[in-house]
Design a protein around this ligand. Structure first.
Ligand code: NDP
Length: 401
């Protein structure tokens, strides 16, 4: 059955649904549901204009488990693709269990009142999904998502053992605005203001947020400052690849972005605890989100490229070896194809690919799965054919830092 229900009509949901409509052989019937149905209707109009495919739309508050269960029962999809916000993950997983349907998302659960994202809450669903004979795939975007698949590919085809792994995420795009985030501003700011953390010799090493910087010369972008950060795939990679001694995540930020962020933090605008304002409670970060541009509106003004990949050092046939697996994605090409910029594109396309593999039966299982647990081959094949071609480079030496 290739009926799919997508929840969340933001930038990522828009890309995923456009790409599903472009692959009508894999997705026979598409429904897009989100909090504001007008956003679904705008995406549906764009999909119709670009592909000729008609998709169904629905209003849904996905925090409401009963409402989500009822919508799943009415739509009868083979899979629910959750592209709303991390806050909704557990509610949508509950609804999938209640309705007996498989589940996929791109970001791990995070409570609203605490900037703490970790897999424990969703891994706790392992037995219930397994007992129901259902499959839940977690983190099927680019990072997490493709970065884990690149690692699985490196381990399966390029290296006999991985000793160190570095994930390098560069958004070399410029939207001309002094401060805007490329995906949901609230989630983005919670992520980048968290303490840095990386995996080393079986434990976590913590440091202050955005304190450790390196310059790296990214292909087709140029040299950029990148910062050591915590990111959710570190947790699953450390769990499923215990052989890897050190796993780090780096993300590039421009000086203007960091300057704005510092000021916003210093004045308290990134706080996630409620404060009283004119007789009512507001959460400063939620108020800030309301002022910032919606990521979905940045497509037409963003130029440049993203370059995201993994550098793995280890051994092949008894010899030391370092490989770099990466994708470069052009913001303007992504916009021309789907009406969304490359950060939404590089997340929505993997979500569509994961959905296609689950609906097509190439990825199957009972329980909760992270991307690195699944066969990377059909996914890597579809990345090349669905707009995110990858390349492998042999590096002469490991990273010097
Ligand atoms: P947006 O904020 O653009 O879109 C989120 C959408 O979800 C909005 O349309 C919003 O509706 C909808 N939504 C929010 N709450 C609810 C609810 N309770 N019920 C129904 N719909 C709801 O975010 P993005 O598209 O940029 O990101 C989507 C997801 O992808 C996020 O979880 C994000 O963390 C993740 N992501 C993952 C990446 C990866 O590489 N793995 C990279 C980038 C993003 P409304 O418009 O009405 O507010």
């Amino acid at each position: 059955m290739s009926r799919v229900l997508v929840i969340g009509a933001g930038g990522v949901g828009s890309v995923a649904v456009h790409k599903m409509a472009m692959n009508a052989d894999m997705f026979s019937h598409i429904t897009l549901a989100s909090r504001r149905v007008a956003k679904c209707e705008a995406v549906a109009a764009s999909v119709k204009q670009r592909t000729g495919v008609t998709i169904a739309t629905a209003a849904l508050d996905a925090d409401d488990i009963a409402a989500t269960t009822a919508l799943i029962q009415a739509v009868k999809p083979g899979l629910v693709v959750n592209l709303a916000l991390p806050y909704q993950d557990l509610a949508i997983m509950e609804a999938c269990l209640a309705a007996g349907v498989n589940y996929l998302d791109t970001a791990n659960y995070e409570p609203r009142d605490e900037a703490r994202f970790e897999y424990s809450w969703q891994w706790a669903y392992q037995e219930r999904f397994a007992a129901a004979g259902l499959m839940a795939v977690l983190g099927c975007g680019f990072d997490p998502g493709v970065t884990s698949v690149f690692t699985a590919h490196a381990r399966k085809h390029l290296l006999d053992r991985i000793d160190t792994l570095d994930i390098l995420d560069c958004n070399g795009g410029d939207n001309g605005l002094p401060f805007a985030t490329n995906f949901n501003p609230e989630i983005n700011i919670r992520e980048v203001t968290a303490p840095s953390r990386h995996w080393e010799n079986g434990g976590w090493v913590e440091g202050p947020a955005l304190a450790h910087k390196q310059v790296f010369d990214f292909d087709q972008v140029g040299p950029r400052n990148m910062y050591l950060m915590y990111h959710e795939e570190l947790e699953s990679l450390a769990r499923f690849y215990p052989e890897i001694k050190r796993i780090r995540f780096w993300m590039t930020f421009g000086d203007s972005y960091l300057k704005h962020l510092e000021v916003l933090r210093n004045v308290g605008m990134t706080r996630i605890d409620p404060v009283m304002f004119e007789g009512r409670e507001i959460v400063p970060l939620q108020f800030l989100k309301a002022l910032l541009p919606e990521p979905a509106t940045l497509g037409s003004v963003t130029r440049g490229k993203t370059n995201i990949g993994i550098i793995a050092t280890g051994e092949k046939a008894g010899q030391p070896k370092t490989v770099y697996v990466l994708n470069i994605c052009d913001h303007e090409a992504a916009y021309a194809e789907t009406g969304n910029q490359a950060v939404s594109y590089t997340t929505g396309v993997p979500a569509m690919i994961g959905a296609a593999l689950m609906l097509g039966g190439q990825w199957k299982g009972s329980g909760v799965f992270n991307m690195e647990q699944l066969d990377p081959d059909p996914f890597m094949d579809l990345l090349n054919r669905q707009g995110l071609p990858w390349q492998v480079k042999d590096l002469a030496s490991p990273l010097a830092f």
